[in-house]
Design a protein around this ligand. Structure first.
Ligand code: ASP
Length: 442
């Protein structure tokens, strides 16, 4: 029998009703043995997450201000959950301790208590053992999670426990201080637990039925991606898809454990499977395109120079100028006598004039121009390798939508085609490609 590690996000545990749904999911499959909860999230759109309430409370406490009203609100969120779940549990002792330590134990300690308390509540409700993350997630004194030590501790602690709840988001440093990951870090805890117990799958339960092919604010009701590889996800995340905490990928990816994104409010949906790259060989049902993502905020530096192609060291000299000014080069499409550098516009702030004069000095181009307001669009799909004419279809759809393409870049892996357009055209471009590759096949 395999082991499943299940992580539930804040909206999946925002109140007793949501926790009941999560518990039904957990209990419906005996393989779901280790549960990683977030702190209670928003119950409605204007609500405040418990983690944010704790940060606010800490700010007051650390300034010596009175935080009792804020703290009372946090206590009542948990007390309400406990009452509605009908469990015999009092958190009074924990509340007293947290209140006493709030000002002195640090901001990360304060924030971590959301998961800590929720873990105790959920363990009680499920009848599972509570394993404090402070015992098993190890941080260095600089606040960096220590992979090997964490894995060893998790393995040792969970070895004899059939079913447990391990709160997400935090751990303890070597010198005993509570530390947290960055925001959304319960995803990382789930991944670490999955890796340590050699799970067959890491289920990440949230409030959407998987990763969507395109941003739903841009495309009307986009379909869910059934299967995506880690590599594809990385390409899409770089262009703005936010699905999981970035650091949640590495532990499971290296162990070849798939992640399944599922919806607590719609557990019958299969969600999205994020799989190691090798799993998809022979995946005949794959669509040509897995996802489309776009990001604004780029700019281009376009250069033209006669006989550029035969000038040895031209590209090196250009890149040196960027490196000397600490500007990261994102893309570098080129022609025989032309070269464009695409960079993040914010990295050029205050340096534009300096950059242009340095380029003039370094390579003396015939034409040198700065083009602002560029958006980059990534069309990602492992299916592209097997399909002929994909690029033609992408550009035909953009031409049909009267979109001017400023730049094209295809990675050597044939996993993605990157297209540069004016920022104002980005959304329309995404819609055109979605229509051509997805809507037309539904
Ligand atoms: N509760 C933390 C946050 O709001 C961590 C998490 O939910 O993953 O960022």
């Amino acid at each position: 029998m395999g082991i499943k590690v299940v992580k539930f996000g804040g909206s999946s545990l925002a109140d007793a009703n949501q926790i009941k749904k999560a518990a039904t999911i957990i209990k419906s499959d005996a393989e779901r043995r280790y549960v990683v909860p977030s702190a209670p999230g928003k119950r409605f759109s204007d609500d405040i997450k418990v983690t944010d309430m704790l940060y606010a409370c800490y700010e007051k406490a650390s300034l010596g201000e009175n935080f009792s009203e804020d703290f009372a609100k946090i206590m009542s969120r948990y007390n309400e959950i406990i009452a509605d779940l009908g469990i015999d549990l009092s958190l009074d002792e924990q509340f007293d301790k947290i209140r006493a330590n709030l000002a002195t134990a640090g901001r990360e300690y304060a924030a971590s208590r959301g998961e800590y308390l929720n873990g105790i509540v959920i363990a009680k409700y499920l009848g599972y053992e509570f394993v404090d993350a402070a015992e098993v997630i190890v941080f260095s004194d600089e606040g960096v999670m220590m992979r090997r030590e964490t894995r060893a501790k998790l393995r040792e602690r969970l070895a004899g426990i059939e079913r447990a709840v391990i709160p997400g988001f935090y751990g303890k440093s070597l010198s005993g201080v509570i530390r947290t990951f960055s925001r959304g870090g319960s995803d990382v805890t789930g991944s670490l637990v999955a890796r340590a117990v050699r799970a067959s799958v890491y289920e990440n339960w949230t409030d959407v039925s998987g990763i969507l092919v395109a941003d739903p604010r841009v495309v009307d009701s986009p379909i869910v991606i059934p299967v995506i590889t880690y590599k594809e996800l990385r390409e899409l995340s770089y262009m703005g898809f936010s699905v999981l905490h970035e650091d949640a990928i590495f532990p499971v990816r290296t162990a070849g454990i798939p992640i399944n994104i599922r919806n607590t409010n719609s557990p019958e949906d299969a969600g999205t499977m994020i799989v190691p790259d090798s799993d998809t060989d022979g995946d005949v049902a794959t669509r040509t395109i897995t996802g489309i993502a776009g990001k604004k905020g780029f700019c281009a530096i376009n250069m033209e120079k006669g006989m550029m192609n035969s000038e040895v060291g031209f590209v090196r000299d250009v890149l040196n100028v960027f490196a000397d000014l600490g500007i990261n080069v994102e893309h570098m499409p080129s022609g025989i006598d032309t070269l464009s550098i695409i960079a993040d516009a914010s990295s050029l702030e205050g340096k534009q004039e300096q950059l242009l004069s340095a380029l003039r000095r370094a390579v003396n181009p015939d034409v040198l121009e700065f083009e602002p307001e560029i958006a980059m669009l990534a069309v990602v799909g492992r299916g592209m390798r097997k399909t002929r004419g994909t690029a033609a279809r992408i550009f035909a759809s953009l031409a049909h939508g009267r979109i001017n393409v400023k730049m094209i870049d295809q990675g050597s892996s044939e996993l993605n085609v990157i297209v540069g357009v004016h920022e104002n055209d980005l959304h329309q471009a995404i819609r055109c490609i979605y229509d051509a590759f997805i809507s037309s096949t539904l």
